[in-house]
Design a protein around this ligand. Sequence first.
Ligand SMILES: Cc1ncc(COP(=O)(O)O)c(C=O)c1O
Length: 388
Amino acid sequence: MQYSQRAQSVAPFYAMAFGEQAASLEAQGRSVIRFNIGEPDFGAPPAVQAAMQQAIATNDLPYTGALGTPQLRAAIADFYRTQHGLTISPARVIVTAGASAALLLVCAALVDNGDEVMMGDPSYPCNRQFVTTFGGDINLVPTNADSHFQLTTSLIKQHWQPHTKALMIATPSNPTGTAVSLSELAAMCEFAKAQGAWRIIDEIYLNLSDGEQGAPQTALAHDDDAIIINSFSKYFGMTGWRLGWMVVPQSMVEVIERLAQNLYICPSTPAQIAALACFTPDSLAICEARKASLLKRRKRVLDGLYDIGLKVPVAPNGAFYVYIDISDTGLTAMTFCQRLLDEQGVALTPGNDFGVTDADKYVRLSYATAESALTEGLSRIGMFVNTL
Ligand SMILES: Cc1ncc(COP(=O)(O)O)c(C=O)c1O
C-alpha cells in the first residue's frame, strides 16, 4: 500500500516541527518562549465568546448554506462599507473555514494541470501546497530587502510566463510583516488583469497593518474583480475557530458554491453565529486596542534586536512578524533555530519554511506574545548570540 506521490511530496512545515519540539521540552519541565507561533495571544473579543456560549446553548446548529449564513455575509459586506467606504454585494462574500479553505477553494476553482501561479519568495508556505495539490506549477519569484520582500511590477513583468494564470500576493506578508504600497499593488493587479490572469490578494493581516494614509486600504478599492482573502483568525484573534472569508467576482460565486458544498459542506455554524458579534463597536474597539498593543510590541522587539546586533533589513509595517538576517552569526537558519531552542529554550521559525532564496539567512520571529515573554525571549536570544 502506498500514499499518493502528491502527499509524499508535501514539504514539512518547520514552524510546526519547532512548535512540537518546544511542546516536548515544556513537557520535560523546561521554560520555552514561543516566538514561532503565527497567532495572537488575545483570543476572541469577549462578546464573541459570549455569543458562542449562547449559540451552543440555544441553537440546533444544523449545516448552513455552503457560502455561509446570509447574516454573516451581510455583516462582512457592511464591514467593507464602514472600513473602506466600498459597497459590495453580500452575494460576493463567501464565508469559509478560515483563509485556508478560501485559498483551497480558489485554487480548486482556477488551477488546472500545468497552470502556473506566481508568488513571491519568501511567502506563506501553504500557498505552494494549495496550488500543487490541483496540479499547478509555482513561479516563485525571488525578492529581497530592496522591494521589502514583496513582488513589484517590474519583477512580475520580468518573470511572467504565457501560462501564468494567477498572481498571489499577501500584504502585509507572512513571514516579513511588510506591505506592498497601494500604488504598486494597483499597478501589479492592472498588469496581471491585462494578461488575463486572476489576482488573489491575501489581506489576512490588512487590519493589523499601519496603512498608508491612516486606515488600511483593501486592494478591492483599485481592482474590483480581484479575489480577496481574509479571515477572523488574526485581527479578531480567532485562529482555532476556523472562520474566514473571501470576496470574489459575482461570476465566480456559483463555481465556489459547488466546490464548497462538495469539499466541506459549510463553515462551522456556531462560529458563524458568534462571529456576528465581531462587528459591534465594542468588539472593534477591543481589536483596535490590541492592534495598538502589537505595535508597541513591534517597537520593543525591533529595539531589542538592534541592541543584540541582529539585523532586520526591512522593519515590518503590519502583521506581527519580524524577518531577521542572522547571516552574521555564521550559522544557517536551521542551525540557529535548533541551537537557540536547545540551548536557550526560544522557538523561532527558519526562513526555509517560506521559500528558497536566501532562506538560510533569515529567521522569523512572531511577536504576538505577552510583553513579559518578549522581554525574557529577547534576553535569551542576546545570551545565545553572545556565545557564538
Ligand atoms: C498569509 C496567510 N494566509 C493565510 C493563512 C491561513 O489562516 P487561517 O486559515 O487561520 O485563516 C495564514 C496563517 O498564518 C497566513 O499567514
